[in-house]
Design a protein around this ligand. Structure first.
Ligand code: FAD
Ligand code: NAD
Length: 465
């Protein structure tokens, strides 16, 4: 029997990982990418954002060093050098993916794919279209920024999305950010550190509405203390261009106010990018552009799978990659099921914020009997050394079995520590299991064990009656 012919549409962290896994398992894989390998994540998402955040950390460190009696005089910021460094990191990683494609003998086509039938694709390359049949297809077409229907926003040169914000030619003096979600908060953090006056306008009552509310509120207060202005429960009514500025009209509690700004960053979420795929031709079911799958990630059409942002659910690179491996394994005759419980959410602000499992809001809504433990980072030596002890770890345990239901960390290195918590949830660990593990001292991670102990009512380094 010949090799199974697998096509992957899209070369982002979903698609390229799926292609590698299918090739590892013996598939003859073709990956079709219309733009650049690495997708949103490597080119205009995770990596460039984190490169800019890393650059901004140097300024934060220089400022905080004074607290230790070290005067670091930052002479200037060479913004084009910051952009150049960011671009070089991106190029290296994209080059790495290209190398992996070659090493795994994956045929990469630089073109646009659309369905010609259930297992047939039209592939357009420089105006020429060819039709090709495959045994299985994985759709990993990703997402694009959502554009809200705000009068004056569309085609306004003052209004940009995250892609525009990652490659601004100059550091703006004033920026209004519509949306206090992950992109809004991370990019506000970057530009604020570089000196931009920031105003965030969020429609809901809190920023980062999908994260643990109590910790999000602590982060909000910290950002406000640093000088970032945040309006919640607020709606942008209109945007007007006025010379080199934009006038953003915002409504809060029935009152309207005008904000003059240089740049408007629109960060109100992303939507599945599926219009060009001609899903109907293959009879693939979708809802408002989001492809529907079962928990094996198969669509309603046998042998056609969909993964990552184009499902329109959790839009994270590691989710897309995890789903890519699962879809490839199912296609290649193994059985794998996507399990969301261990998927962490991370926000790479200067004080990092990460969570996995249930938030307290979700536990309450689901009427789950839980007990919560909180450990303030002030009581953790390493955090005190690093940033004065800001932040908190919150752990939720099931009341009956004391299993770990959720962990939420606002602390230095939160995004690295969340892996242990995801493992605990995946292995259905109880408080006792985590407490039995000796955590090194002095580390931020020992606060995690203490937070579990706090939820179990016997933390050592805090006193609670
Ligand atoms: P994508 O990465 O979007 O890749 C889809 C690919 O498919 C694209 O390259 C596209 O060109 C291609 N394509 C689409 N249609 C076709 C077609 N018809 N034919 C051929 N090719 C096609 N996530 C994190 O986990 N951590 C982060 O820190 C993080 N930071 C982010 C920062 C920003 C500013 C943004 C915008 C996103 C960030 N994300 C982050 C989200 C992350 O980038 C996405 O979740 C991830 O890239 C999704 O992977 P994907 O493979 O599903 O889609
Ligand atoms: P998001 O869903 O995280 O946040 C969008 C925010 O905009 C929400 O708080 C929402 O209430 C608000 N909003 C919606 N319409 C609004 C309006 N008209 N006016 C004011 N506020 C409005 O989306 P995002 O920040 O655009 O990010 C898109 C995706 O990219 C997310 O799904 C996220 O997972 C991913 N991402 C992840 C990371 C990371 O993992 N660190 C970083 C950036 C982006």
């Amino acid at each position: 029997m010949g090799k199974k012919k697998v096509a992957v549409i899209g070369g982002g962290p979903g698609g390229y990982v799926a292609a590698i896994r299918a090739a590892q398992l013996g598939g003859e894989v073709t990956l079709i990418e219309k733009n650049k390998l690495g997708g949103t994540c490597l080119n205009v998402g995770c990596i460039p954002t984190k490169a800019l955040l890393h650059a901004s950390e140097f300024l934060n460190c220089a400022r905080e060093a004074a607290d230790y009696g070290i005067q670091l005089d930052v002479k200037s910021v060479n913004w084009s050098a910051v952009q150049k460094k960011k671009a070089s990191v991106v190029a290296k990683l994209v080059g790495g993916v290209t190398g992996l494609m070659k090493a795994n003998k994956i045929r990469v086509i630089n073109g646009t794919a659309s369905f010609a039938g259930p297992k047939k694709l039209n592939i357009e390359q420089q105006g020429k279209v060819s039709e090709e049949a495959f045994d299985s297809i994985i759709i990993a077409a990703g997402s694009v920024p959502a554009i809200p229907p705000i009068p004056g926003l569309k085609d306004n040169p003052r209004c940009i999305d995250s892609t525009g914000a990652l490659s601004l030619e100059n550091i703006p003096k004033k920026m209004t950010v519509i949306g206090g979600g992950v992109i809004g908060v991370e990019l506000a953090s970057v530009y604020h550190t570089f000196g931009t006056e920031i105003q965030i306008v969020e429609a809901l009552p809190a920023i980062l509405p999908n994260m643990d509310g109590e910790l999000a509120q602590i982060l909000r207060k910290r950002m406000e203390k640093q000088g970032i202005k945040i309006m919640t429960d607020s709606r942008v009514v209109s945007i007007e261009e006025k010379g080199s500025m934009a006038i953003v009209e915002v409504e809060k509690d029935g009152k309207k106010q005008k904000i003059e700004t240089e740049i408007v960053l629109v960060a109100v979420g992303r939507r599945a990018s599926t219009e060009s795929l001609n899903l109907d031709k293959a009879g693939i079911r979708s809802e408002k552009g989001k492809i529907l799958t079962d928990d094996h990630l198969m669509t309603n059409v046998p042998d056609v799978y969909a993964i990552g942002d184009c499902l329109g659910k959790v839009m994270l690179a590691h989710t897309a990659s995890a789903q890519g491996e699962i879809a490839a394994e199912n296609i290649m005759g193994h059985e794998a099921v996507y399990d969301e419980r261990t998927c962490p959410s991370c926000i790479y602000t200067e004080l990092e914020f990460a969570g996995v499992g249930l938030t307290e809001e979700q536990a309450k809504a689901a009427k789950i009997d839980y007990q919560a433990g909180r450990f303030p980072m002030m009581a953790n030596g390493k955090s005190l050394i690093m940033n004065g002890g800001e932040g908190m770890i919150k752990v939720l345990l099931g009341k009956e079995y004391k299993e770990i239901l959720g962990v939420h960390i606002l602390a230095p290195r939160a995004t690295d520590m969340i892996g242990e918590c995801a493992l605990a949830i995946g292995m259905e660990a109880t408080a006792e299991d985590v407490e039995a593990v000796i955590h090194a001292h002095p580390t931020v991670s020992e606060a995690l064990r203490e937070a579990v102990m706090a939820a179990d009512k016997h933390a050592i380094h805090i006193f609670e009656k």
